[in-house]
Unconditional design. Sequence first.
Lengths: 352, 337
Amino acid sequence: MKGNEALAEAAILAGCDGYFGYPITPQSEIMEYLMAEQPMHRTGMVVLQAESEIASINMVYGGAGAGKRVMTSSSSPGISLMQEGISYLAGAELPCVIVNVVRGGPGLGTIQPAQSDYFQSVKGGGHGDYKMITLAPFSVQEMADFVALGFDLAFKYRIPVMILSDGAIGQMMEKVVLPVQRPRWTEQEIREMSPWATVGRTKDRHNNIITSLNLKSDVQEEHNRQLQAKYKTIIENEVRYEESYCEDAEVILIAYGTSARICQKAVDIARHQGIKLGLLRPISLFPFPEAALIKYAEKVKGFLSVEMSAGQMVEDIRLVVEGKTKVAHYGRMGGIVPTTDEIIENVKNLIN
Amino acid sequence: MSEQTNPVLTFKDFQSDQEVRWCPGCDDYIILRAMLKALPEMGRKKEDFVFVSGIGCSSRFPYYVGTYGIHGIHGRAAAIATGVKLANPELSVWVMTGDGDAMAIGGNHFIHLIRRNINIKIVMFNNEIYGLTKGQFSPTSLIGQKTYTSPYGNIQPPFNPGQLTIGSSGKYFARVPGNDPKMMEELFVKAEKFKGTASIEVLQNCVIFNDGAFEEITNKETESENQIRIEHGKKMIFGKNKDKGLILKGFKLEVVNIGENGITEDDILVHDAHEADPTLHLMLVRLQNPVVMGEIRRIEETSYDEVYVERMESVAKKSPFKNLDEMFFSGDTYVVE
C-alpha cells in the first residue's frame, strides 16, 4: 500500500470517529481512500471534505470536544493554516491526531518531500506555551501503526498528537501488516472515560464548557503550570527511538523519517568501508530522546544530524549535548533528498 | 492621468516569456488569449495592470501575462489585491481565481471584497472541480457529481457564484462561456471600465477531471437553445430562430415562444442591468435553462477606493500640519545637548 493509503485504512481500523480534510498534494490520497472506502458502512466513521484547512481543524476541535476520536491530515501550507486551532486544542486540552505529510517551503514552495516543519511541530507553530506529541514514521508500516498509537497517547494525556511524515513516506509503496479492527467507542463509554467531554448534560454531569480562556492571570498561570507538568510526564514516559550500530560507533547519525531510511543505507556502506558509523532514529520528536543522546555524547567523536531542511533538529541536539561532542548538520532542501555518498563524505569531514 | 497620451499597445506587448503549462485543450488557453487581446483595448499603460492569483490552475495566470503579478496564497487573492489597490489606487487590479480558490477557502475574502466594492476585477474560472490537486469536488460541484473525493456522488449542495455575488451586495456580475473568446474579450473591456468590484464567472471546461460539464450549454449545436445572451436595454430573446424569450409570470421567469398563445415581442422582458433592486438579477443568475450570459448586473456607485482617497485628502486638508516635520516641530520643542 501507499503510505497515505495505509494511514487512511489504519484510521478506520483504529476506531476513528471522524476525519475532516481538504485536498493538498502530496496527501490527497488519504481523503480519497477514505471516501472510496466508505467507512460509514464499516464502522460508522464520518469523512468530510471541508472548505479549507481552517474549517478542518475546527471540525476536529468540535469532534474532540465531544470526546470522539477525530483526526485531520494535510501538508505543510495547510498545516500552517491550522496553527490557530492547534493552539486552542492544546489550551483546551483536547485529544486529536493531526497528520502532516511535509513538503518543501516556505510559502507555496514545492510539492516534493521535505522535513522543514520540525520547528513548527515540536516548538509550537501556534501561540502560547504548548507542546504536541510528535511521531515521525519512517515506513509505510509506521504510517499505519502510529494512528492507533497517536489516538492512545492523545487520550492518555488529552493532547493533540502530530504524525510528522513527509511526501516520500506518504507516496511510497511497501508491504504493511494492518492492525485488527478496534471498535469505535459507544456513547456510554465516552461518558464514562471522558468526564470533560460535551456529550449532553444529563443529571449526573457538570455543564462542561470547552475553553482555553482564563482571564485571571493567576488561574492562567496555574493552568500553564499544569500543562508543563503534563509535558514533563510525557518527557519521562513517552520517548521513542531506535538505534543501530551505536554501541561502538565513532560517529552517530541522527535522523528521522525519509532521512533515516537513507541513513540506514549510509551506515551499511560506511561499515563496509571500515567507518564505525551508527544511527539513532528519534521516533518521537517531542518528547526528544535526550537521555540516549547524552549517553553517546561522551563516547563518540561527533553527531551528524541529517535532515531535509536547513538544520532544525540539529538545534535540539546541540541543546542536549551542551558542547560535550561535535554536532554537525547535513541537509538538502527544496524537495531534494540527501544521498548516501554525501552523508558519508560529511561523516569523514566530521572525523577529521 | 490622460488616456490619450498612452501608447498604442498590441496583443504581443502583453505576452509573457513563460511557457504556458495548462493541459492541452483546456479552456484556460482561451481565457488567456481573450485577456491578452482585451488588455490593449483598455487604453491603459502596460504598467497600470497587476494580476493577482491564489492557488489552482487559474492561478498560474499571472505568469502568462507580461505585466506585474502576484501568485499569492490559496484563497487570499482578494485580500492581497485589496492591499495592492489601496497602496496604489491608480492600478487596474485583476484577481484571477477559480471555484475552489474563491468559493471554498477564499469565500470569506471574496464576499468582503465584493461588499466593500473596491475597484478590482475578479475573473473566476468555474470548472466545478479541483483541477490542480487532481479531481476532488469543489463548492460549485453538482449534487451527485462523481469525483475522487465523492466516488459515489457528491452530497454537498453547490454555490451559485452569481447568487453569492449579489448576496454580498455585489454591484457587478457577468457570466461568459469558456469557449467564446470574443464575448470574453468584450466583457473584460467592459468590466475594466466599471468603477467597483466586478465579478465575472467563466464557465470553464476542465478536459481532464470534469470534461463536458457545460457541454449542453456551450456546444455549438445546442448553445442557442440552452443559453441566452442578454444586454442592457435589449429584449431577452434567444433561440436558433430568435423565437423564444423571457417573461415574468408571477414571481418567476418563464420561457415563452414568440408568436404562440398570443405572445408578441412586446411581451418580452427588457434587460435592465442598472436596476438597483437585485430581485430580477437574482432570478437571471439562478436560471438553469436557458443559462444567462452577459452583464447581468452593473450598478455604478462610488467605489471604496474612491471614498478612501477622498477621505484621505479631506482629512489631510483639515490637518494643521502639512507633513511630519511640521508636526514634530510644532508646539513645545526642545533640543537635547
